[in-house]
Design a binder for this molecule. Sequence first.
Ligand code: SAH
Length: 225
Amino acid sequence: MTGCGADESPLSPAELAERKMQFLFHLRSKGVTDRRVLEAMEKIDRGAFVRGIFAARAYEDMPLPIACGQTISQPSVVALMTQALDVHPRHKVLEIGTGSGYQAAILSQLARRVYTIDRFRKLVIAARALFEELDLTNITAITADGSHGLPEQAPFDRIILTAAAEDPPSPLLAQLRVGGVMVLPVGQSDTVQNLIRVTRTEEGFDYAELRQVRFVPLLEGLGNE
Ligand code: SAH
């Protein structure tokens, strides 16, 4: 990955400012109304998480390729998932699927502590470097198979998956605090998946379907990079 910060961007500062304004306007038009989520989306520059030839498209509402054959999610989906997760300042949050680190960075603005796991070491190392550069000190990025969760830090107030499983992995359900919320895409890969919200109650789990989405699959074991 080559360095490609704002100073190397092909966009002029005025164009960049205009695109960022349009970006936020577009999020609102997609139903992102939570003020804290919008503030986090404004503060965390998606341009920092998209490198190389795709950097100029960072403010477009589309997924973009990152290293290891993965993608940074569409920003309106990041915002809507974050809104559905309803993160509070005292929460401890677990994300499965670090990818570029963008979603974790957004969560870091809303939560006390964020743990994020990816099966590719290369992605975790790059995300860690970015978190340090951006001074996001409340994120811990870990290389592991996230379907087992992170038992040593459980229970979590909030859990978010940014890769699609056929069903919510049972270790993750077990690591959700009573009253806690998990947001995840479920369904077969390469078909339309459903974004669902699972709430843990004293008696069990409540499920709500939110919308259709398309994510890369949750895979077993570690990646080869
Ligand atoms: N949240 C990311 C986008 C995630 S793309 C962002 O903001 O950029 C989905 C990610 O899930 C990929 O990086 C993929 O490697 C990861 N992934 C898939 N299966 C996994 C598993 N079992 N454990 C941890 N990460 C996994």
